[in-house]
Write a protein that binds this ligand. Sequence first.
Ligand SMILES: Cc1cc2nc3c(=O)[nH]c(=O)nc-3n(C[C@H](O)[C@H](O)[C@H](O)COP(=O)(O)O)c2cc1C
Length: 186
Amino acid sequence: METVKSIEDRRSIRNYTDKKISEDIVKDILNCGRLAPSAKNRQPWYFVVAKNEIKDKIADMMIDYSINADDTIESARIGHKSSVNPTANIIKQAPILILVFREKNDNWIIGDNLSIGACVQNMCLRATDLGLGTLWIRDIVYVAEDVAEMLNHSDLELNCAVSLGYPNESPKMRPRKNLEDIMEWA
Ligand SMILES: Cc1cc2nc3c(=O)[nH]c(=O)nc-3n(C[C@H](O)[C@H](O)[C@H](O)COP(=O)(O)O)c2cc1C
């Protein structure tokens, strides 16, 4: 598939069929993440592929958070919390959840976070190529420490996650700003 076609065809998919995904396909997608550029070629990522009970347990941790979180915390107050419960239910429905961890290193936070963005986008585009759907997930950050501890990876920071499965919906392209409104020549 042409790169531009996978860029145009990719959508956030929030509804999946229960068709199984082979390990080879998961590895193919992770491999495209691995090939992403990274600041100083640090390759600051580490992946855990969660399925079945572990995946559902993570979703339950998010649901618990969404019910019990202290609404005086700034991120909850400005509404970031409101999508945690819906996102948790998408995770339950998806066959696979790729957890994307970042090596903890305070000297490289910006570069490493940018690098992880490149890595995740590579994975989402490759999944599109292969006829799979993805959802890039930030809402997991509220339970990041608990998830890392459960998986014996407290040495790493959970940066985000990607749910993966065969799509059971085909949403239209979501609105985008016009190019003329977001650029200028200098
Ligand atoms: C860094 C990042 C984090 C996101 N986190 C979530 C999330 O936690 N839950 C969710 O439902 N969608 C999440 N999304 C999906 C966005 O809502 C979606 O990309 C946006 O609305 C545009 O839709 P599209 O991906 O179909 O083009 C996230 C997207 C990005 C890039």
